[in-house]
Design a protein around this ligand. Structure first.
Ligand SMILES: [Zn+2]
Length: 379
């Protein structure tokens, strides 16, 4: 509600300013014409205040000649409709503006950006991209347009196009986004691996690791590639690097190790146990127990539990343990399992959003590699 009030206030202020300043600036224009231009705007605002947005729009588009003040009013109105989620109206306003032959050149860029945001908010990503492209044709170093296009490419998993935009953004800002680029390459590597393009997956994973040694998803691809190729020495080396450089995300590789039973039985189990003894962290124990129970059944998880001698230190850890090992006839264990399915286990260190499963890019602030397992106070 506050945004709406603010937007309306902004619109009213702009019009009032236009009314007050105009006579000082332009004495020559006939008074009559002035009134004809202003009155539809005032009527429009009146409709707006009485919550009749369609009538307000009708009035506003009737302003015969567009002056920069009137264009500002349209822009403010468009913003207001978008912030209220009325995307269709916002689009109509910005399209009307752009269709006018008398729109000042200085406002073209602003109008394309506004229309792009309308489409993006409405989920029409292709149309949004087209408008950002038009804005970039007018000003090739427009950082906001580049950043917004990059987001859309990331959202659509078009990683190479995203990387191209990231390079342009680096040039414009004079910054270096090595780690962000590493995550784009790691996404490419993961995609190639899923499609069986082993060589490409290896190339992209290596480029990502070169850019950011702690890029966990790239290390995970490298581990799977080494296991796939039967190169156990390299796999062990990569697993150790992941543990050392990205310990927060280390546990995510455990299901991947269990997918190669021969490796797990011969080396994997001992490797994980050694890591646990050196640094007994709950995330390792719980993820291991969960993965083992899922892959080989609860009996094996129970014997691992005994071997680990793990004791939960927080309520969350205790519930996770119960969800894995709890007796199915026990009501508490049933509750724990239900809780585990929808419990938010990851939190973004940048914006604080909590999510159920890990993601490499935060769904809220779009930072890469900032979602970590949640830690809670020890009981
Ligand atoms: Zn975030």
């Amino acid at each position: 509600m506050n945004t709406i009030l603010l937007a309306i206030t902004a619109v009213v202020l702009v019009v009032l300013l236009a009314l007050v300043l105009r006579p000082l600036q332009e004495e020559v224009e006939p008074r009559q014409e002035e009134d004809e231009r202003i009155s539809p705007l005032l009527r429009g605002i009146n409709y707006l205040l009485s919550d009749e947005p369609d009538l307000a729009l009708q009035e506003m588009v009737q302003v015969a000649r567009l002056r920069s003040e009137a264009a500002d009013v349209y822009m403010a109105l468009g913003e207001m409709f978008r912030s209220r989620g009325e995307i269709g109206r916002a689009v109509r306003i910005h399209q009307n503006l752009l269709a006018r032959p008398d729109l000042p050149k200085s406002l073209h860029l602003q109008a394309h950006m506004a229309l792009a945001k309308d489409f993006q908010t409405g989920g029409l990503l292709d149309r949004a991209l087209l408008q950002y492209d038009k804005a970039l044709t007018l000003q090739s170093d427009h950082a906001d347009a580049l950043e917004a296009s990059l987001r859309i490419r990331e959202q659509s998993s078009e990683w190479l196009l995203a990387e191209e935009l990231l390079s342009r953004l680096e040039q414009v800002r004079g910054a270096s986004y090595g780690s962000r680029r590493a995550y784009l390459f790691s996404e490419l590597a993961t995609l190639c691996l899923a499609q069986g393009q082993v060589e490409e997956a290896a190339t992209y994973a290596a480029r990502a690791i070169e850019l950011d040694k702690s890029c966990a998803p790239a290390r995970m691809v490298a581990i799977k590639l080494a296991l796939e190729a039967g190169n156990t020495d390299l796999a062990i080396e990569e697993v150790q690097s992941l543990r050392q450089l990205s310990s927060e995300h280390f546990a995510l590789i455990i299901p991947g190790l269990l997918a190669y039973p021969e490796f797990y039985d011969r080396q994997g189990h001992a490797l994980l146990m050694d890591m646990w003894r050196r640094k007994p962290d709950a995330e390792l124990a719980l993820s291991w127990l969960e993965a083992l129970a899922g892959k080989r059944g609860v009996a094996q998880a129970e014997s691992l539990y005994a071997e680990l001698a793990f004791t939960p230190a927080t309520l969350r850890e205790s519930l996770r343990l119960q969800a894995v090992l709890g007796n199915e006839h026990d009501a508490h264990a049933r509750f724990a399992r239900q809780w585990r399915k929808r419990a938010k286990n990851y939190v973004c260190e940048t914006c604080g959003i909590e999510v159920v499963d890990v993601r490499w890019q935060c769904p809220q602030c779009h930072s890469w590699g900032t979602l970590h397992p949640k830690h809670e106070e020890r009981i």
